[in-house]
Design a binder for this molecule. Structure first.
Ligand code: TXA
Ligand code: MG
Length: 346
């Protein structure tokens, strides 16, 4: 059965906390353990062990061609498995680590499990900004491969209960360190090219990246549906609730009219909106996902809200859309994937 370690992220000396040390021992034994980060919960395993990595892929039901992010607690760990650190990557690490930025480097061969990087010549690395994650990484002393701790295709987990809902009985344990803060995954940036390329929008915005390294490109697949994404994981359907989800752009009245039409047809209808409109809209289930005026709060609540529609057993979901700028890039990217790009425009 899956062990649950409850750890208060505000206590001192977390590295020697008995719960953290116990979890670290499981990692050293090549077992897989879910851990809180500042973005979403990750499913950690020893990145130097094909045995541990195989357990990660099996528990999630993840396609094996989708490489994992390697998590570290100290910059000096980089040189053990990264072949070269370009100047711009150095600047990015200085500015955003620890934090929600994953950097793609050229890989040093023969150190990490081949399965962790899905056989690529590059490796994705991040240093999470969460006291429990950092303590666990330090305590086990290993580079830890950690995808989001959800079943493949489901919304990512932002609390320990989400992890258990998907993976109870399939993983050795989960450290319950409370709800994550940012709520969407890290930004993935490829620094193996002269002009770094954003492969996945996330917790660090394009505007923030430009402010420190100047020119930044965006992978064509993020704007052009036909292009093949450079991050293998971006090609998969993702984050999807059980019921079909439609993004709706237009007035509140337009959204309400879509709801009426489906309710008349006998469907149980869900609406994803924000605090500003939650009392205005009428449907079987109306959920506020943060405040539109503060998009960070929408990011924080997004996956939990998508999961709540499953508990409410709706037949169809209509969602508002959000401004595609700042953290809105990440929100809209996840919403588009959750909706399979289905958009109804007024
Ligand atoms: O915030 C996060 O990044 C969370 C927490 C747990 O740290 N992790 C996470 O991992 O979101 P995951 O596995 O769900 O997403 C990793 C993404 C995938 O889209 C994958 O294809 C891409 O990073 N990726 C990993 N290694 C890559 C590489 N060498 N080249 C290109 N893309 C890579
Ligand atoms: Mg994921």
């Amino acid at each position: 059965n899956t062990k649950v370690w409850k750890v208060d992220k505000y206590v001192d000396n977390l590295e020697n906390n008995p719960q953290v040390v116990d979890a670290a021992n499981f990692l050293r034994d090549n077992e897989v353990v879910a851990l809180p980060t500042e973005t979403v919960y990750g499913l950690g395993g020893n990145a130097t062990s094909d045995v541990a990595v195989a357990k990660i892929f099996a528990a999630k039901g993840r396609p094996s061609d989708n490489p994992l992010i390697i998590h570290i607690a100290e910059k000096k760990q980089l040189s053990t498995f990264v072949a070269e650190v370009p100047d711009k990557a150095e600047v990015l690490m200085e500015a955003f680590w620890p934090g929600p930025l994953t950097i793609i480097f050229k890989k040093k061969e023969g150190v990490l499990a081949e399965s962790a990087t899905a056989g690529l010549e590059t490796v994705a690395v991040r240093m999470p900004d969460h006291p429990v994650a950092l303590a666990l990484l330090k305590s086990c002393g290993l580079p830890i491969a950690a995808p989001s701790a959800n079943s493949s295709g489901k919304p990512s987990p932002t609390n320990a209960q989400h992890v258990l809902d998907d993976l109870n009985g399939k993983i050795a344990g989960v450290i319950d360190g409370g709800a994550t803060g940012i709520g969407v995954e890290s930004t993935v940036i490829d620094c193996t090219e002269a002009i770094p390329v954003i492969l996945r929008p996330g917790g660090v915005t394009k505007e923030q990246l430009k402010a420190v390294i100047g020119e930044v490109r965006v992978d064509a697949a993020l704007t052009d549906e036909a292009a093949r994404p450079k991050a293998p994981g971006m090609k998969y359907q993702h984050y999807a609730p059980n019921a079909p989800l439609f993004m709706v752009s237009g007035t509140t009245q337009f959204l309400q009219s879509l709801v009426e039409e489906k309710r008349t047809a006998g469907l149980r209808v869900g609406v994803l909106t924000t605090e500003e409109q939650v009392d205005v809209l009428e449907a079987d289930v109306v959920l506020a996902c943060g405040k539109r005026a503060e998009l960070e709060t929408v990011a924080t609540a997004l996956y939990d809200t998508l999961r709540k529609f499953n508990l409410e057993q709706v037949d169809i979901i209509f969602s508002e859309v959000f401004p595609n700028e700042g953290v809105g890039n990440a929100i809209m990217n996840r919403l588009q994937k959750a909706a399979g790009n289905k958009l109804i425009a007024e």
